[in-house]
Ligand binder design. Structure first.
Ligand SMILES: Cc1ncc(C[n+]2csc(CCOP(=O)(O)OP(=O)(O)O)c2C)c(N)n1
Length: 332
């Protein structure tokens, strides 16, 4: 990738930035642990796909994404939404199905949406976000808005026709889309090398004349650096594919016996837990002591608790409102 080079403040630029990255990852982890608990307790319904293990991708990616840029995500998007700044309370309330949720309780876990932050879902269809991202970028380009669309998707989406059609059109029309693939090696129970003849996913961009790059998705600083370079390149008006190698520590969703991978494999990846790796790095720099970690954990715990209280206090949408927004009145 021939991206312009420039010095940018990255996660390790100073102690406070480094601690901020740790806090952002901890918030996602603790928020989702609480979600799992609330799901078992019957407070959260429907599907629930946890991002635990993948936090460094969302947290490393976000600093390079400007407020005016657009984000399109998947059903494993709690971490993306939190890192983007969607309030934790509005996300939790959405999972409770309450009217104070970010999608007014109509979407649930898989359909978080916040147009004020240009966060366009939360899409349940595998690969479904890619054409939406191309459409958003086309609209921005035609209206000469100098912004980028970031499209997050999993390795499973690469098997969909929409991936290929979207990369082709984005390259053909030179659209500013950053395709950010979170390769966690599994699409539900199917391992990547069981469905792709070319498992080095970044190489697929070449077939569309598109630049591509890959990064260690367990290292928040590496993601931030690569993402910064990638976004600089896309801001010149060209698409790019960035593949982050990551791993989910939990089951695909809440119902999954995980028969497709061994406990040893999961344990081996947990040794590369992005939060523990980051803590170890900061401790080595003497930027993190036990009391700092305790203070961060305490702050995060309060945020999670407040999110639960906000969700619990929310109202249910009245039944007579349920058809609202299902159709839009047409003015003839
Ligand atoms: C078009 C479509 N086919 C199948 C499904 C069922 N499905 C839900 S998640 C999933 C796996 C997707 O894996 P990946 O894209 O790698 O994302 P991950 O779950 O690993 O984050 C499948 C097949 C779906 N939601 N949409």
């Amino acid at each position: 990738m021939k991206a312009p080079t420039r010095n940018r403040p990255v996660s390790l630029a100073d102690r406070q930035t480094a601690l901020d990255r740790l806090e952002a990852m901890l918030l996602i982890r603790r928020f989702e642990e609480k979600c799992a608990e609330l799901y078992s307790g019957g407070k959260i319904w429907g599907f629930l796909h946890l991002y635990i293990g993948e936090e460094a991708v969302a947290v490393g990616a976000m600093p390079a994404i400007r407020p005016e840029d657009a984000i399109v995500s998947t059903y494993r998007e709690h971490g993306h939404a939190l890192a983007r700044g969607v309030p934790a309370g509005a996300i939790m309330a959405e999972m409770f199905g309450k009217a104070n949720g970010c999608s007014r309780g109509r979407g649930g876990s898989m359909h978080l949406f916040d147009v004020s932050r240009r966060f366009y879902g939360g899409n349940a269809i595998v690969g479904g976000g890619l054409p939406l991202a191309v459409g958003l970028a086309l609209a921005d380009k035609l209206q000469q808005r100098p912004v980028v669309t970031v499209c997050l998707f999993g390795d499973g989406a690469v098997a969909e026709g929409e991936f290929h059609e979207s990369l082709n059109l984005a390259a053909l029309w030179q659209l500013p889309v950053l395709f950010l693939c979170e390769n966690n090696l599994y699409a539900m129970g199917t391992a990547l090398d069981r469905h792709q003849s070319q498992a080095k996913l970044h190489l697929k961009a070449d077939g569309y004349g598109m630049e591509a790059t890959a990064v260690d998705g367990m290292d928040v600083a590496a993601v931030e650096e690569e993402m910064g370079r990638a976004m600089d390149y896309v801001r010149t008006g060209k698409p790019l594919l960035l593949v982050a190698q990551t791993y989910r520590f939990r089951a695909h969703s809440m119902y999954d016996a995980e028969l497709y991978r061994s406990k040893e494999e999961v344990e081996a990846w947990k040794k590369r837990d992005p939060i523990l790796l980051w803590q170890a790095r900061l401790r080595k720099l003497d930027w993190l002591r036990d009391e700092d970690l305790q203070a961060l954990e305490a702050r995060v715990a309060i945020q999670v608790q407040e999110a639960v209280e906000f969700a619990a206090a929310g109202a249910w949408e009245p039944v007579e409102q349920l058809l609202r927004d299902v159709t839009t009145p047409v003015q003839l």
